[in-house]
Design a protein around this ligand. Structure first.
Ligand SMILES: *[C@@H]1O[C@H](CO)[C@@H](O)[C@H](O)[C@H]1NC(C)=O
Length: 136
């Protein structure tokens, strides 16, 4: 394979691997949940802030309030993995689930939110979480 092409392939795949991990962080990780907001106000704020209200209001999304190292660990031995790199965390995480409320419309997304402490299921790629599958 010509050198240029292999370099291109290497770049593509490093970037795309990085891209899905960064996308996961952007969509699902908020290490320090802001205190003093109720779940609804928090979700209105964070969904907008993370770009999940454009072009349409994302119907539902879960945020994990933990350090990235703790979440990466699910893919690195602190999870029970099965199938195609699907891993269930051994321990519980503090999370907030946001869901769109009636009365939402384009350009004005309104959310409800509730926090829980639960085990979570993520998809891993090369020992990094790349997709939030669900709460267990
Ligand atoms: C997580 O659970 C699996 C399966 O029970 C176990 O093999 C593994 O050692 C656990 N990891 C940690 C860090 O507790």
């Amino acid at each position: 394979m010509p050198f240029g092409l292999s370099l291109l392939l290497l770049l593509c795949c490093l970037l795309s691997k990085g891209a899905s991990y960064w996308q996961f962080l952007k969509e699902h990780v908020d290490s320090y949940k802001i205190q003093g907001f109720d779940g609804n106000t928090y979700c209105d704020y964070i969904m907008e802030r993370r770009g999940l209200t454009r072009p349409v209001c994302k119907a539902t999304n879960t945020f994990i309030h933990a350090f990235t190292s703790e979440i990466q660990a699910i893919c690195r031995g602190a999870g029970r993995c099965h199938g195609r790199n699907i891993c269930d965390s051994n321990s519980s995480f503090f999370i907030t689930t946001c869901w769109v409320a009636p009365g939402s419309r384009l350009g004005r997304c309104v959310y409800r939110g509730r926090s829980h402490t639960r085990r979570i299921r993520v998809a891993c790629n090369q020992r990094l979480p790349v997709r939030f599958v669900r709460i267990l």
